[in-house]
Each structure stands twice: as C-alpha cells, then as structure tokens.
Design a protein around this ligand. Sequence first.
Ligand SMILES: Nc1ncnc2c1ncn2[C@@H]1O[C@H](COP(=O)(O)OP(=O)(O)O)[C@@H](O)[C@H]1O
Ligand SMILES: [Mg+2]
Length: 329
Amino acid sequence: MKNILLLCGGGGSEHEVSLRSANYIYDELEKVNLYNVFKVEIKANGDRVDHHGQLCELRKAGELYYPSSDQTHKLDFAIPCIHGPPGENGVIQSIFELMGLPYLGCSPEPSQTCFNKVSTKLWLDALKVPNTPYIYLSDESRESISAAEEFFNANKDVYIKAASQGSSVGCYHVTSLEDLESTILSAFKFSEYVLIERTLKARELEVSAFEYNNEVVITAPGEIICPDGFYDYDQKYSNDSATKTEVNAKGLSAEQINDIKSYSLKAFKGLKLRHLSRIDFFLTEEGKVYLNEINTFPGMTSISMFPKMMENHGVKFSEYLRKIIEEST
Ligand SMILES: Nc1ncnc2c1ncn2[C@@H]1O[C@H](COP(=O)(O)OP(=O)(O)O)[C@@H](O)[C@H]1O
Ligand SMILES: [Mg+2]
C-alpha cells in the first residue's frame, strides 16, 4: 500500500471548498484500494490535523510525523487539495519539490503564474491566446487611478479583480465611474496587483485539460449558466444557487469548439502545465472566444465541473488518479 498525503484546508477564503474537494478525492482514492490515505487539514491556526483528529507534522524528506505516538510514515505521493493560497500558488509545490515528494498537479512556476490573474494575461498575450481587454495596476497612486478612469470611460462597464484570488473573492462588477476608485481600493485589500477588464456579454464555457496515457486531453466544453451574469461566490457554492451547469455546452459551432481546444492546448503546453487544469472561457455574442482563466487546482466535489467533464469524456476520475500516482511513484 502506498502512503498518500491528501492535504487540504489552508486557512484561506477557499478553505471550506477545499475540504469538500478533499472528501471527494478521498472517496475516489478509496475506490482504487491501493493506498493508505492520510487526509491532513491545515487549520486556520496553522495546526495540521489528520482525519482521525490527530495532530501531525509534514517533515523534511516527505514524512508525516505524529508527535503523540512518535510515529513516522514515509509518504509516496502528495495531493495538494487546496484552492487558493498556499496550495494553488506554488508555495506547497515548492515544499514538495524541496522534500523530493512527488505530487499531483503543476510545478511551482506555472502554479504561481496562473494563480496571478495579471501574470496569466501577460503569458496569454505572449502565447497569442485571445483574452479580454485589460489594464492592471500595481499601486493606488493618482496616476494609476487616472489610467483606470481612462479605461473605464472607454469601456463603460468593467470587472475589477484582485490579481491573486479565486472563487470571485475580491472580484467586482463596476458600471459607474463613481464606484471605480473605492472598488479599486477594495480589490487592493486582497492583492498587490489589481486587474481591470472590459465586461463581456458572454457565455461562460470551460474544459477539463488533463494528461492521460502521455497525451494532453482537452474535453468537450461544458457551460456555467448563471442567470445574473456574475458567477460570484454564492452562485458558486451556496445550496440555493440559481446557476446551472451543463457538461456539454449546447449549440457551439465547430470553429468555436476548435478555438477553445486549440487555445487550451496552447496554454497547457506553453505554460508547461502538468497533470490537470480547468481552463475557463468566454464566448461573446459575436461568437468570439476569449480565455478567461486557468485553474491549476479546480474544485473537485462530486458536483464540480472538472471531474464531471473528465467522466463525460470517458475517463473515470479514480482511474485517472491511479495512473498519475503509478507514473509518479
Ligand atoms: N470580463 C468579464 N466580463 C464578464 N464577466 C466577467 C468578466 N470577468 C469576470 N466575470 C464574471 O466574474 C466571475 C469571476 O471572475 P474570474 O475571473 O473567473 O475570477 P475567479 O478566479 O474568482 O473565478 C466569472 O465567472 C464571470 O461570471
Ligand atoms: Mg473563475
């Protein structure tokens, strides 16, 4: 039996979602019946607690140590099931690298690049992957606010986003110049950079991108159908969310599907993503495809789009995990 560390929590704004994803992954790993899974939660106070409530520590050389019993387990593989910092931004990945512990997902560099919405856009531009028109601010100076006002006046309707956040935290829809500056200041409370984008009237499509049998698979696009147009935190996670998801988006042209697939592959290969990502798009009313963002560790609850699109493609999530673990250990 291989020892698998399933690390979750992290104490950030996506802590609770990460626990839900970890429960799903735990059940999928149990199906394989080849692993001892240590599901360890990083609590907000920094404690590490396993699923039996035991305090433990992740130590150098990839070991899990239990101070109460003085026991050590040598780990074979880690799954950083944390959405947002420190799991999706390259920090945990760097620690695994240092320990020589194989792990699921992207290495530190693409994790960090994709978690920052500004660096993602700079890379997408360099790779010639269409994305929404934007500017970014690196401070709250008068000059920055003027640049934002100019961008707003040219577009009249914008999204203001903290650069290093997910789950729509620090993300605001702004339609009046009066609200611009205060909203920028709110976004700066979350991140050191702030992105301002033109609002698109668009459908929200996404694909699962994953490595399987030495190939990068890009699934058929699924769709998020959000009645208010803004897929905010409550729409994403609350039980009474009015948002519907469709594992196979309807009515797309062959060209649109082809654009989505080719931009996804360009991003996956160009940014050197590894194992998995969910790649999100906008499809405008004029039929243009824009890449919105790359999630290197997307939500993985039983109702999440990433595993659903993978299974819809014909790959069982448990079998995908088994293969990655087999190849990595
Ligand atoms: N430029 C845009 N035009 C229209 N809607 C947008 C735009 N940017 C973001 N949104 C809305 O806000 C949501 C969250 O933005 P996103 O960039 O995906 O951040 P997060 O990483 O928090 O998911 C999107 O799913 C979409 O509903
Ligand atoms: Mg998003």
